[in-house]
Design a protein around this ligand. Structure first.
Ligand code: MN
Length: 340
């Protein structure tokens, strides 16, 4: 296990990054670690690099300090990195240490992969099943609740202040579906309780980072529910939104968060999937399950990955009808392995 304080004692510059299209656990772990460092290690210069974050998460302290990069494609060379940065500041000097958080594969860093390749030493902290162990040092526990819980484990409790606790708590809430999914352990609950002891306003955090939706998000959800269908004896439910519908509703991909979870809550359903078409024509989808079907395997057969009960996939520019048939076939294949 990594000792955070031993790592931080010997370095002067630290970069922190997570996966592209960051979610609550990704932002929570990056900002939790960032606030931990700047609160406790005066001599260390820390920078966080992420894609623009969901606006609800901007209530977390110092998210305005994030260096935003645009785009999701991998950049290999540090010389090519500055062009995807908003604003002017890019440190091209290699960082002494880079933390890669909530990220199963270096390439999932997208443009920040160039920082990773440039860094003197790299540490990956993650809980994805298919983590490729690509950094110099790893702290990976598969199917653990969240990267935030792993950060909590390696941090010194006395050095965690309220701002760090808010970040870590938010990430744990996100990845456990408010302590509901079975990645939630007794240790998770103990960690959450100890974070509450730091004086965080957990009701406010949960309301604004977990439940709150914009009006457009509500309308998209309504559309997706109305359009949904069930197959395989009602065990599989799916829905999708194509580009013309997105335009009609004024929606973009960040408005689709949570739709798949809501579909899965349907009585009798074991597995839900939701798909939408990206501007480039490619299809992006998410999978949520509640039985023994390994959805990370379903997703990895379709250019994706994730966890057993929550995963994501990518398909080519094909008609939605065709995509739907393909995904159903892949799910049923894995359903029969997992549930027999
Ligand atoms: Mn996570």
């Amino acid at each position: 296990m990594i000792n955070l304080d031993n790592e931080l004692k010997t370095v002067k510059s630290v970069a922190i990054a997570g996966h592209v299209r960051p979610d609550g656990d990704c932002v929570g772990s990056c900002m939790g670690l960032y606030n931990y460092i700047i609160n406790n290690y005066e001599g260390v210069k820390a920078d966080v690099y992420l894609n623009p974050i969901p606006s609800a998460l901007s209530i977390l302290k110092n998210t305005d300090k994030i260096i935003n990069y645009i785009g999701h494609d991998v950049i290999e060379s540090i010389d090519d990195f500055p062009k995807c940065i908003q604003g002017s500041y890019v440190n091209k000097n290699p960082y002494d240490l880079m933390f890669v958080l909530d990220c199963s594969d270096g390439k999932r860093l997208g443009p920040a992969y160039s920082l990773f390749k440039n860094a003197k030493r790299t540490i990956c902290i993650d809980h994805h099943m298919n983590n490729g162990q690509f950094a110099d040092e790893q702290y990976i526990i598969q199917d653990y609740s969240s990267t935030c819980e792993l950060i909590y484990n390696i941090a010194d409790y006395d050095k965690i202040d309220k701002s760090v606790a808010e970040c870590l708590y938010t990430g744990m809430v996100t990845d456990t579906g408010l302590f509901q999914y079975d990645c939630t352990s007794a240790d998770t609950m103990c960690a959450a309780g100890k974070l509450m002891d730091k004086g965080i306003d957990y009701s406010y955090l949960v309301e604004h980072t977990f439940f709150e939706k914009t009006y457009i998000q509500q309308k998209v959800l309504g559309k997706a529910l109305l359009k949904s269908n069930t197959v395989y004896d009602g065990k599989i439910i799916y829905s999708y939104i194509d580009l013309d519908e997105m335009e009609e509703l004024g929606a973009d991909p960040k408005d689709f968060e949570g739709i798949c979870e809501t579909l899965r809550e349907t009585k009798g359903v074991s597995i839900a999937f939701f798909m939408y078409r990206q501007k480039d024509g490619y299809i992006k989808g998410s999978l949520r399950g509640s039985d023994d079907t390994d959805l990370s395997k379903v997703a990895s057969n379709m250019n994706g990955g994730g966890h057993k009960k929550a995963a994501g996939f990518h398909l080519d520019n094909i008609p939605m009808e065709e995509a739907k048939e393909l995904v159903i076939k892949e799910i049923i294949k894995e359903y029969e392995i997992g549930n027999n």
